[in-house]
Design a binder for this molecule. Structure first.
Ligand SMILES: Nc1ncnc2c1ncn2[C@@H]1O[C@H](COP(=O)(O)OP(=O)(O)OP(=O)(O)O)[C@@H](O)[C@H]1O
Ligand SMILES: [Mg+2]
Length: 236
């Protein structure tokens, strides 16, 4: 088990992973449960995502949770790809260090693209529709993303093809309620980060409705989830 709670701790240089030059990995992101490193695999740009232990959790429980999240993330990436949703290609999974090595998607996040106004009106419209289509594909295939935000969506350059990432909270479920909450998380991401650009989420939702076979129960539930969210906000 790796003890890497210190932010300065690097990937395990003593673990020889075939094809990887660990000394050349550079930290690019630190989330609540994982660190993301950038480097190369057989001279191809690669990303390494390493889950670390949480000191406040009981050690055995912590190990179980970390391992099950890793497995779930790997399974969900594979499942999403089978459903036709572009994700990074998986290169290598190392259970001992809770690490996933994957393709580095060259480009910028949807969040950065929206905030820097990188797309023209036509490009923006196409992107919003593509987001709705990909989420519909996931949901119709019984996969809930669990963390749909514009930072967890990348635009692969040069064509600006949408790629979904960060399946760490994903799980299998076919309930309308879970799909509705997934959509609600995404709506909140749009209203909190991109409201200056207008009602972008309407386009996402219209496309979802068009592409999901089960849009009707999901969108009914979505209306309920929204109401509950509003009430909570009003109560405080
Ligand atoms: N395959 C990839 N290609 C390019 N960039 C990536 C890739 N995977 C992750 N990143 C970058 O690293 C960031 C963090 O990755 P990810 O979202 O998977 O981890 P996280 O722990 O959930 O981080 P956060 O808490 O910031 O969401 C992404 O927002 C993205 O900018
Ligand atoms: Mg993320």
């Amino acid at each position: 088990m790796v003890d890497s709670t210190e932010p300065s701790a690097g990937p395990r240089a003593d673990e020889a992973v075939p094809g990887f030059d660990l000394s050349r990995f550079k930290l690019i992101g630190q989330g609540a449960e994982a660190r993301v490193w950038e480097g190369s695999y057989l001279d191809v740009p690669a990303i390494m995502k390493q889950r670390f232990s949480k000191k406040y959790r009981h050690a055995i429980l912590d190990k179980k949770i970390t391992q099950s999240r890793l497995k779930q993330e790997v399974r969900s990436i594979v499942r999403a790809r089978k459903l036709g949703v572009p994700t990074p290609v998986l290169y290598y999974v190392e259970q001992e260090t809770n690490s996933i090595y994957m393709e580095k998607v060259e480009g910028m996040s949807v969040k950065a693209a929206l905030q820097s106004r990188a797309l023209d009106e036509q490009g923006l419209h196409a992107l919003l529709r593509e987001i709705g289509r990909q989420v519909a594909l996931l949901h119709d295939g019984g996969l809930i993303h669990g963390d749909l935000t514009t930072s967890n969506m990348l635009l692969r350059s040069p064509e600006n093809k949408l790629v979904l990432i960060d399946f760490g909270l994903s799980y299998n479920n076919t309930l309308a309620e879970d799909k509705a909450v997934d959509l609600y998380v995404l709506e909140r991401a749009f209203t909190s980060a991109h409201s200056a650009l207008g009602n972008l989420f309407d386009d996402v939702l219209a496309s979802y409705r068009q592409h999901s076979r089960l849009w009707c129960p999901t969108l009914n539930k979505f209306a309920e989830v929204r109401m509950r969210g509003r009430k909570r906000t009003m109560v405080g």
